[in-house]
Ligand binder design. Sequence first.
Ligand code: ATP
Ligand code: MG
Length: 382
Amino acid sequence: MLITRVRLKNWRNFRTLDLPLREVTYVLGPNASGKSNLLDVFRFLRDLSKPKGGGLQAAVADRDGISKLRCLHARKDNEVLLDIELSEQPDGPVSWRYVLGFKPEGKGAQRIMVSAERVWHQGQLKLDRPNEADQADPVLLTQTHLEQIQANTKFRDLVDFFGATTYLHLVPQLLKFGDKIGGQRLEDDPFGQGFLERLAKTPDRTRAARLGKINAALQHAVPQFKELRFAKDELGHPHLEALYAHHRPNAGWQSEEQFSDGTLRLLGLLWALLEGNALLLLEEPEISLNDAIVKEIPLIIERIQRDRKTRRQVILSTHSEALLSNPGIDGRGVIVLQSSQEGSQARTLDMAEESALEAGFTVAEVVLPKTRPQTVNQLGLW
Ligand SMILES: Nc1ncnc2c1ncn2[C@@H]1O[C@H](COP(=O)(O)OP(=O)(O)OP(=O)(O)O)[C@@H](O)[C@H]1O
Ligand SMILES: [Mg+2]
């Protein structure tokens, strides 16, 4: 399953938005243009859908309340609305549509109330709220049906899909020293502290198969990289070890503490691609990798998923000129964000840009110059 369209109203810095999404979608835009805010739509739906998510009230509270979440540029109509279409396969017909609207109660406890919740499956309306039960007992509108197991039997596949979304903003130091740093870990581990532990818990055969694929992809992208393996030290702590061709002969295997930051981050991303079937949100995969490797990221993603039965849909945010200079990027999967006084606008490529890509130019050449801040002022520093 994959998300093929997203429409938003009053979501963070987007007053309105209507975008198609592809199996791999690249979200481009300068700082503060709303890339992370766009990814947050899918984290929000995950928070509503996952078993321990805490539902609508918690998901809004986790985002510092409705006044932070709702677009500051909202007009009279102050409802926040998400409208999502999904398909069973790329370019397939719409199989599911989910619509959720909500707003604050406007009095008393200031709870967040569902103003609309609708689900269609194969064009048939499966849920339409507010319904009679909601009218009889308006407190029911403090919860969505995504968060209620007994209420969502008719669209459990959709709930499971939303709930299985992964968000990754990997921090190399936490990947390396997660164990030693300890401290608080967010449940979904977006920063990668639990990566090695997860690796350790994966059944041997699955782990070996995944590492084999990562091996092949890395050999292609990282010069001198020879082999990757999983091992445990005397204390039973899990480690990743790599062998590089350029080290002294018999220099032996390096453990993850000696890997370059970028290599480790890349490993984490690649593992995530193989770890599940649902949506994967990647923040700036280029961080701490050198340009020669970054340029290969689109290909590595393709290669690593190549013979999977169900590939993960990937939405990634990026600033990277190198990544976008890969000639293999499908222009239909590119989303451009631009800030304005009225919040951010999001768009797909226009015809002129598409034909420039067909003529052999890269996304970096055609689109990036338009997303660069014209002056430093736009960074809001002065
Ligand atoms: N409710 C809201 N209404 C309007 N603007 C908002 C709202 N919430 C956040 N913003 C604005 O959105 C911007 C941040 O967007 P976001 O973090 O998504 O940017 P980004 O494109 O991911 O940037 P970076 O490249 O730095 O990661 C900030 O300027 C913030 O003020
Ligand atoms: Mg961001």
